[in-house]
Ligand binder design. Structure first.
Ligand code: HEC
Length: 219
């Protein structure tokens, strides 16, 4: 029986090892816990559609997919300008205009959380690193010279103020939505994983008991 427990312990350690977070290349990303409930993701979706879509697209997400975070058809309808449910979340500004305005193409955000190392923390830190320099221009500590404006006005809020906390919460929710967007089936898969593990543990115990019975007769 002892050996069985040792094996189970080894299996648990292996299953847990993926949660160790890879180190970042010396950039101090903020440690932040994301609220991954569907209400937080819905709030995030509103920010992303209402603000980020001015410049960015999420070409792999369709408006209809937002039902996956519990949005009702009426709610989704309220986010549409002149798109349809089957349309992807494309930027409302023509590409040429965006390129002209920023001198670069704002990257697609569908897979941004996996495109950057420690993506969620990276995006959160990026959006909460805007500041106003001595010359009165907006800059960014994490990405000096970034061509994206401080759209949520983080740099205009005072440290420790209620306004700043509000902007931070809005950014957290937007990132939570982007995490879902990059991998819409992750929750289902995680749930399935739990069933599979429980099944395997029960199976291991049953097989162990069967083996013991079989060998008892041999002895
Ligand atoms: C007014 C236009 C505009 C809006 C609105 C905007 N962005 Fe951007 N964003 C840009 C541009 C331009 C870049 C490219 C920056 C560069 O390469 O210097 C960018 C880059 C980024 C990047 C990539 C940074 C990197 O590491 O390359 C992320 C992440 C990002 N934006 C997130 C967001 C999110 C989230 C929102 C909504 C809250 C948002 N952006 C709203 C213009 C915008």
């Amino acid at each position: 029986m002892v050996r069985l427990w040792v094996w189970l312990a080894v299996v648990m350690v292996i299953l847990n090892s993926h949660s160790a977070v890879a180190d970042n290349d010396g950039i101090a990303l903020k440690k932040v816990d994301f609220d991954t409930t569907i209400t937080a993701r819905q709030r995030g979706a509103e920010t992303v559609v209402g603000v980020c879509l001015m410049c960015h697209s999420l070409k792999y997400v369709k408006f209809g997919d937002l039902a996956g975070i519990g949005m009702s058809p009426e709610k989704i309808q309220s986010l549409l300008t002149d798109q349809q449910f089957a349309d992807p979340l494309l930027s409302l500004t023509p590409l040429a205009v965006r390129k002209e305005s920023f001198g670069t193409e704002p990257p697609d955000l569908s897979l941004m959380v996996v495109a950057r190392k420690r993506g969620p923390q990276y995006i959160y830190t990026l959006l909460t690193s805007f500041y106003i320099d001595e010359t009165g221009r907006t800059n960014n500590y994490l990405f000096p010279g970034v061509k994206m404006p401080d759209m949520l006005g983080y740099s205009l809020t005072a440290e420790g103020s209620a306004e700043r906390a509000q902007v931070e919460a809005q950014i957290r929710d937007a990132v939570s939505f982007l995490m879902w967007a990059a991998d819409p089936n992750a929750d289902e898969r995680r749930e399935m994983g739990v069933y599979v593990i429980v099944y395997l543990i029960v199976l291991t115990i049953l097989l162990y008991l069967m083996k013991r019975r079989a060998w008892r007769r041999v002895r």
